[in-house]
Ligand binder design. Sequence first.
Ligand code: NDP
Ligand code: AKG
Ligand code: MG
Length: 729
Amino acid sequence: MSDIIYTKVDEAPELASASFLPIIQKFAAAAGVSVGTKDISLAGRILATFPEHLSEAQQQSDDLAELGRLVKTPDANVIKLPNISASVPQLVAAIKELQSQGFALPDYPEAPQTDAEKAIRAKYDGIKGSAVNPVLREGNSDRRAAKAVKSFAQNNPHRMGDWTADSQTEVSSMSGGDFFSNEVSATLSKDSTAKIVLETAAGETVLKDGIAYPAGTVVDATFMSAAALKAFLASEIEKTKAAGTLFSLHMKATMMKVSDPIIFGHAVKAFLAPVFDAHGDKMAELGVNPNSGLGDLLARVEGDAAIMADIEACMAARPPMYMVDSDKGITNLHVSSDVIIDASMPALIRAGGKGWGPDGKEADTNCVIPDNSYAPVYDETIKFFKENGKMNPATAGTVQNIGLMAQKAEEYGSHPTTFEIPEAGTVKMILDDGTVLHSHAVEVGDIWRSASARKAPIEDWVNLAIDRQKAEGCRAIFWLDANRAHDAELIAYVKPILEAKGVANKFEIMAPREATRASFETITEGKNTIAITGNVLRDYLTDLFPILELATSAKMLSIVKLMNGGGLFETGAGGSAPKHVQQLVEENHLRWDSLGEFCALGESLTFLADSKGNAKARVLGQAVDAATQGILDHGRSPSRKVGEPDNRDSHYWFARYWAEALAAQSDDADLAAHFAPIAKALAEGEDQIVAELAAAQGSPADLGGYFRTDAAKTAAVMRSSATLNSIIG
Ligand SMILES: NC(=O)C1=CN([C@@H]2O[C@H](COP(=O)(O)OP(=O)(O)OC[C@H]3O[C@@H](n4cnc5c(N)ncnc54)[C@H](OP(=O)(O)O)[C@@H]3O)[C@@H](O)[C@H]2O)C=CC1
Ligand SMILES: O=C(O)CCC(=O)C(=O)O
Ligand SMILES: [Mg+2]
């Protein structure tokens, strides 16, 4: 195994790797540090899942499984780039592309009938949604802006949209019947095995059996009422129409891959209710599944003039929708993975509460977030900005995050225990000693789920928070709601640990809404605070605050201190930026900023130095930090516009600053001597390299694929300076 594993992913970050990884490998090799790759891309994971359909030469190892084992060992040192968490339409598109490239993969069975089809479907469903992060995240999360990155953002503040008190933008959530209001929770006093059953008039169905929980696990159960959700969505559509705002729905269909596509499907059905009423049977015949989105629906019914006419009439009568791409007519409801709440809400808030309408213009927006568990964070943020005006990134302090994440904590681990209820009855969660832990009366269509958080991760999370607060000395708040069942169980863990360590006075505990306001008040005063949160808020807040403070979460330091001693270094806190690929393909400009990769690389090398006593790795790591600082100080980050320096230029500058820092240091004479001529060659080649990189821009780029690009073509595009390549090798 290599000293450091750099993950092979998808889309923009993977394109960036084609340019950056050769530089990393070349520099690391000089210090005897090996940097290998493991493929966790969507295409790679599909290929690894179906060896029996592929020729021997086409077969691929299951790198994700291998990494899943590695992260449970103290040897893990993994740099994890963002990967696609695929919705069904993305998965289907990836399968199609691979088939066209000669891989005889089975189609995705939309409606599996035979056992063989069901088996294929089950395999594909394992690849769907957030299938990578939960496997690798065997530790809790520490996300923050590195000091250099934060001060750069303060000195070079990004543009923020204006917030006015009369903005009509709002967050709308259900008044009851949601996951929040139905939640019950208990902490298990001993090791237990549980089963989940549905009791109906006809008898008992086992939904899930043999769920093993160690003592101390916090086990929740809750459900969302389908009837309440339907009534809510119908009334929100009417309310939006009356208000003259844009209708928008914000979900996390990738990480909540079972529950949220169902809720998304309800919204598609509600928006097109008259069409489903008139043509429901015909649409079902055509294979329409509302959970797959409006995009898939339109593709299936486009040959039917009557349905199409009714859709057009219905859309005309509905409020205008918040658009993903108004030029291409892609709405919020086209694909469930297009609008992902952690990125979409902060972007809208940063823009002054504006979404893009079908006319391509900005407008106030009704942000529908059905469940109340976390919606108050966005609601309170919007209220705060309406009262106080937009935030000033030049003076604002920072909100760091310590997130409970390990071992599939909380909702993000709930997929195997989430069910769309087939028949009215009672769902019971029963322990092996006969105790009925939880029980809910449910109706057909309700979405019932159980989530859990284990004792060891919870304790590790509290201790991580104590360490972080000690290091920062700033305000620190546990975002826990004493009135929410799950949070009350967590508070019962948190308080005794803080007291035992004598640090209770350094921490506050507040419900998410109050914590949101307190945090904005704190950073508005230019001070810092630490948000200590559960898994979902970890995800939401590490986009919300960075996007407001730094313009993007891509620049964040994102460390996962693995519970068995290894290190996982995520690059940034955002995603794989599909729009950036589009731009590269159209005009050969990649605006992806690799600052997240730079930060992660520095941390990974330092971790290697600490964990393996590797002194050369420390020197390399310190030089990475100097290079990152150089990128910021000299404004070498990519520009958004074609013809201006892009991602490739930033890698040239990074290599140069890195080599210069290595040549200049005196801790390791061998490394200094090795890098002096490289630094010289990079400096002398500047004009040539910059010109070669600039010359490549402006015309379409051929990558030979989207989900599985052609390695040679991608390298040709991303390594377009022969002069730089000859220095890097
Ligand atoms: N950790 C992970 O593996 C994660 C994976 N994802 C996956 O990523 C995909 C896309 O997710 P999405 O929600 O659209 O969010 P993204 O974070 O990919 O993109 C949102 C926007 O943020 C900006 N942005 C993001 N990263 C960078 C960067 N490095 N440099 C410059 N700008 C950046 C871009 O703005 P602009 O267009 O204005 O340039 C981009 O369009 C999905 O498949 C999702 O599942 C999402 C989150 C985390
Ligand atoms: O795994 C995913 O799909 C998204 C992860 C994410 O958004 C995050 O961790 O911030
Ligand atoms: Mg996120």
